[in-house]
Ligand binder design. Sequence first.
Ligand code: SF4
Length: 355
Amino acid sequence: MVDSAAPPPFASDLRDHVRAHAENRPGVYRLLGPEGQVLYVGKSIRVRSRLLSYFRADRSEKAAEIVAFARQVEWDHLPSEFSALLREFRLIRRLRPPFNVQHKKERAVCFLRIPKEPAPRILVTTMPVEDGSEYFGPVLGAERARAAVRALVDVLGLRTCPASTPLRLADQGDLFGSAPIALCARAELRRCIAPCAAGCTERGYARRLDVARRFLRGETDELRERLRERLRQASERWIYEYAAVVKERIELLTGLREALVRMVRSLDALTALYHVKGHDGEDRLYLLRRGLVQSELPAPRDAHERAGVRSRAERVLAGPPPPVGRVGPDAIAEMLLVERWFRRNPGERAALRPL
Ligand code: SF4
């Protein structure tokens, strides 16, 4: 519903227009330029007050700059802050207004990816694809995740070379003649068990990869215990440089694992019906699946409508969740937005009903 009427051309007219028509209730607003292009999208739980504040802004403030360019103002009144948050997010992602920074900037969200390949690597990707890879995440901070994954693969001796690297596993059966030589220095540095040079069997490599998987899921602490022991020994022998390296690895691995476990727990709790109280009784139900908004419905008023909601929820949940590679960056960003909403408003969890 667009509540704004024809656009007045000047700031004072825009302000009068807002005063005359906008209400103090949740909603999303848009300031438009001379060609009708959307300059800025915002949300507020009190649209009228928020919009009027633009016309009182100091000249040095961004709000005054937006108003100087604006020729129209539009707004949609919405039932709640949550619905305004979603609408604002979706509009910014679609329109990419020049004065918006939030939601437009790609946050450094990434996933850990284990591709389907011989002696699989652990990679960090910001663009999951649907190719049968196994994913862990999402996690914020791609650079830090990369550093942590480097530490993880170094500790476990997993390979980091390109997929095209020829591998010669010890149980491959075609190893004759002289012992093969590893194709990079990581083997010599004892950071890789060298599946390129018969340094391990397929099963031996898989066992190490499995330790990584279990570590990332929070199921084992074997890795950090191993590192703590190395740290203790290095400190006892006064090998402080090495001790510092080990300490940094422990910190990186701890950070990565905590971020992953926290995110997974948080998203797992967000498969639910979220009942949001709306302005003037306009309550809404959001059907969430791991934080993804699958549908938005008016809250049911009687048993018949409740049964309808339930069967819709059952239909949505009938199949397995879509693989990460099919979800897409906008949906992943929205999922993180919803997760952050509940983190910042923990009281809202009481309005979640398990499906
Ligand atoms: S030692 Fe061999 S398998 Fe390991 S990273 Fe280097 S090239 Fe790859």
